[in-house]
Design a protein around this ligand. Sequence first.
Ligand SMILES: Nc1nc2c(ncn2[C@@H]2O[C@H](COP(=O)(O)OP(=O)(O)O)[C@@H](O)[C@H]2O)c(=O)[nH]1
Ligand SMILES: [Mg+2]
Length: 301
Amino acid sequence: MENNFKSGFVTLIGRPNVGKSTLMNKLIGQKIAITSNKPQTTRGKIQTILTTENSQIVFLDTPGIHQPRHKLGEYMVNVAEKTLKDVDIVLWLVEPEVFIGAGERYIAERLAEVKTPVILVINKMDTVKKEDLLVVIDAYSKLRKFEAIIPISAFTGDNTKSLLDKINEMLPVGPKYFSEETVTDQPERQIVAELVREQALRQLDKEIPHGIAVVLDQMVKRPDKDFYDIEVTIICEKDSHKGIIIGKQGAMLKSIGTFARREIQNLLNAKVNLQIWVKVRKDWRDSDIQLKNFGYDKKNV
Ligand SMILES: Nc1nc2c(ncn2[C@@H]2O[C@H](COP(=O)(O)OP(=O)(O)O)[C@@H](O)[C@H]2O)c(=O)[nH]1
Ligand SMILES: [Mg+2]
């Protein structure tokens, strides 16, 4: 029945690296947000839409909430905190750890400032024993009131069905905001650039990945063929970083390209010829103009 249709906005928050993007991809059954084991993989707000017969859930994946150290960090934390009061449900993801640290307490304080109902999602349950999980649940239930506390594994998909059921139960009656075939607000070109950044994050060590941006220079479909020619540029902060990104005889760049191409082909459902350039832009993460150039515009928060 059309007038019982439910819909709403659900934001995923939590410390960097708890699995927000992995969970969102799992829930919508498609890879839209990039993921890696490096903190601060997600930089902007990513919206994805799950439409079923009875409901439409709009998920907002955000950068992790952390103490910012440069302008890019400020932009990222702003994105995450601004969504809290404007959504119907907050999913707060945490690690299955008993110790509730400063990062979690900071998030709890931000949540205390809004009236939005919160579901606590204890992710990575595949990494702990059931008894230990109960202790974690107990520790968090003393911290504040939750609509529900649901342990899941975004990785295996374990218990994500219960999470979706709970969300659907809580959603208000509402309209279909987006057409059924709309899966995300991210332009294809943006996802392509992100898939290259994902491989850089996954394959490079430690601090270099945080200092890079990826810009799509061109993406052209060959006429009458499922074949794209794509050129991207990886921007980094130092000459020494450029050397590392390119690698010995180009080995690192080649490897980044090989894996990224595979992912892009999956996304576009077509063959891809991928060309990657590397450029140095000193301290771009602290330059307002450069941040805007590379797609991190304060006006879009
Ligand atoms: N073992 C395990 N690892 C997970 C799970 N969910 C995410 N991860 C891993 O945790 C890391 C961070 O994930 P990501 O989604 O990028 O975290 P985000 O920063 O919160 O968006 C990645 O290496 C994921 O593969 C899970 O349920 N179990
Ligand atoms: Mg993420």
